[in-house]
Design a protein around this ligand. Structure first.
Ligand code: THU
Length: 129
């Protein structure tokens, strides 16, 4: 999957965002190593802490369909600067992507930043021993 196609799918996913409290739609599109694409958006709740980010919606959709090895993710925000994933989403990325996996962050005017999972979350919690 080309990065430009993944970016378009992330933007499209943001159209389904349920954001009555923040008015801050986020869309994500994730490609597992198997190649299929999963899209996700943020879904808020009147009990604010129950809200789920777009990144985690997309990742959890992929994992719940049996795809545990993820390759690449694009995240779109209608922001001025490329959106910066929250800490919880970075830790969830660290669980299912290689440290060197690409994370493509996009703003509303198409400004793009590419980072790796490890750059987003160095020295992540990965070892229970
Ligand atoms: N949000 C995401 O979905 N992804 C991010 O990377 C940052 C924040 C959501 C959570 C909440 O629905 C809204 O954006 C405002 O924080």
């Amino acid at each position: 999957m080309e990065t430009t196609d993944l970016v378009a799918l992330a933007q499209q996913a943001s159209e389904n965002a349920y954001v009555p409290y923040s008015q801050f739609p986020i869309g994500a599109a994730v490609v597992p190593k198997s190649g299929e694409v999963f899209q996700g958006c943020n879904i808020e709740n009147i009990s604010f802490g129950l809200s789920n980010c777009g990144e985690r919606t997309a990742i959890f959709k992929a994992v719940s369909e049996g795809h545990r090895e993820l390759e690449k993710i694009a995240v779109y925000g209608s922001t001025n600067e490329p959106v910066s994933p929250c800490g919880a989403c970075r830790q969830v990325m660290a669980e299912f992507f290689e440290p060197s996996a690409k994370v493509i962050l996009i703003s509303k005017n198409g400004k793009t930043v590419e980072m790796t999972v490890e750059e987003l979350l160095p020295y992540s919690f990965t070892d229970l021993t």
